[in-house]
Ligand binder design. Structure first.
Ligand code: GLN
Length: 231
């Protein structure tokens, strides 16, 4: 079986473990660097990215993860996990000492946290999603204070987008709720892949949607095959 670790410093760890097991994979919680050596891919779950960043560094996991990502290690980040994989956060939180939150990085994207704003703090919708195994029907996506992707680099493939009201950036965070903020909807990027890094703004692990985890397992299987071939 493919061995998948779920970063377990904070967030919805158990749901991802359940989905991976239901697909025939082995899934374990990862809290220390030695546990990273036992897995072939890692899921970074949803949660709160500021806390996750602090704990990931405190547990000594951030550097080893960066190193693995440079070598092509598969990582899937959902929601806060997407933020953790982003090279750049448009609106990082800043602690009392003035230090902005950090990320593990590796994905050449700019993310905006809590991007959908107060009006749509949480919502569900069905989305077309590229590269999925199976019949290619829409994905039921649950967004919970979700980020969106504001910019992608050349190496990044957009897998899914959602229509959202065109809120000018100045309105973000301020949440004035002015009518001017409710303009024409625009398509916002909510799922991307770059090599073996996969990220979604939403939470497939809570809806019984397993195809995104299947896609992730196929990235891991492919990498395993390449490594065996290289021996
Ligand atoms: N808003 C959260 C953050 O910035 C992410 C929310 C989630 O993971 N459901 O980290």
């Amino acid at each position: 079986a493919l061995r998948v670790g779920v970063l377990a410093v904070q967030g919805d760890v158990r749901e991802h473990i359940r989905v991976i097991k239901s697909l025939g994979g082995e899934a374990s919680a990862v809290r220390r660097p030695s546990e990273l050596e036992q897995v072939e891919g890692v899921i970074i779950p949803g949660g709160e990215s500021t806390t996750m960043d602090k704990l990931t560094r405190a547990f000594g996991l951030a550097e080893p993860l960066r190193e693995l990502i440079r070598e092509g290690f598969p990582v899937y980040g959902s929601c806060a996990g997407m933020i953790m994989l982003a090279d750049t956060i448009a609106d990082p939180s800043v602690d009392l000492a003035g230090n902005p939150q950090q990320t593990i990085g590796g994905l050449d994207i700019v993310v905006r946290r809590n991007a959908f704003g107060r009006q749509r703090e949480s919502f569900e919708t069905d989305l077309p999603f590229e590269e999925l195994p199976g019949n290619g029907s829409d994905v039921h996506a649950v967004f919970i204070r979700a980020p969106w992707v504001e910019k992608v680099g050349e190496s990044v493939k957009v897998l899914a987008q959602v229509e959202a009201p065109d809120t000018p950036p100045a309105e973000h965070g301020a949440h004035t709720g002015r009518d001017s903020a409710r303009a024409q909807p625009v398509a916002r990027i909510v799922a991307v892949r770059s090599g073996n890094l996969l990220a979604t703004s939403f939470h497939p692990e809570v809806t019984g949607e397993h195809r995104i985890h299947e896609l992730f397992l196929s990235l891991i299987a492919q990498r395993r095959a390449e490594h065996v071939g290289a021996l």
